[in-house]
Write a protein of this length. Structure first.
Lengths: 115, 111
């Protein structure tokens, strides 16, 4: 049973550029989550998918952020016109059921650095 | 009041001792609680989850939940240097659509 896979592991880009991250959840996990984590803080929720439907988005998710999960399999998170404050670790997690009764398993994350 | 509060530490214990990590939360309706371990530069790794009041044991780890006091803890018995990490307490929001994390407690186990 492979774990959650995220790509790339690291991304360095200049301010103003667009970036896209990919997440492949654990097989048969219908529930997928994106979080963002900065140094010294716990992960902060960004968005949640059940199958292909995006059911919840955090207020943290500005208009520059968009996430998709076509066909209910892998997911992508895109950040447009990146800003210095976007520098963080972006974590993807998946679970068999909703967060209330099934634990989430995290991928290794994508570390984004904005120059 | 923050939704999930943890003492940031560092908590320092000698090898072989019991490490006690504590977490309080503000939402009385919270039902599901999780402990994750995170090594520096790595992603969170699930250690335990607990849904009912009382204790839940798994190897050297025991999670304790007291919903009346809005308190959840993690005990690590026979602490090892490899347990040195940040421990994140998390709870599910009531909709079951997200985890809410504390800032984490840094544990240092000295040999």
């Amino acid at each position: 049973d492979t774990g959650v896979s995220q790509d790339p592991r690291h991304k360095i880009t200049k301010r103003g550029q667009n970036v896209t991250f990919r997440c492949d959840p654990i097989s048969e996990h219908n529930h997928l989550y994106w979080y963002r984590q900065t140094l010294g803080q716990g992960p902060e929720f960004l968005t949640y998918f059940q199958n292909e439907a995006q059911l919840e988005k955090s207020r943290l998710l500005s208009d520059r952020f968009s996430a998709e999960r076509p066909k209910g399999s892998f997911s992508t998170l895109e950040i447009q016109r990146t800003e210095q404050g976007d520098s963080a670790m972006y974590l993807c997690a998946s679970s068999l059921g909703q967060a209330i009764n099934q634990p989430q398993h995290f991928g290794d994350g994508t570390r984004l650095s904005i120059l | 009041q923050k939704e999930v509060e943890q003492n940031s530490g560092p908590l320092s214990v000698p090898e072989g001792a019991i490490a006690s990590l504590n977490c309080t939360y503000s939402d009385r309706g919270s039902q599901s609680f999780f402990w994750y371990r995170q090594y520096s530069g790595k992603s969170p790794e699930l250690i335990m989850f607990i849904y009912s009041n009382g204790d839940k044991e798994d190897g050297r780890f025991t999670a304790q939940l007291n919903k009346a006091s809005q308190y959840v803890s993690l005990l690590i018995r026979d602490s090892q240097p490899s347990d040195s990490a940040t421990y994140l307490c998390a709870l599910s929001n009531q909709a079951g659509t997200a985890l809410i994390f504390g800032k984490g407690t840094t544990l240092s186990v000295s040999s």
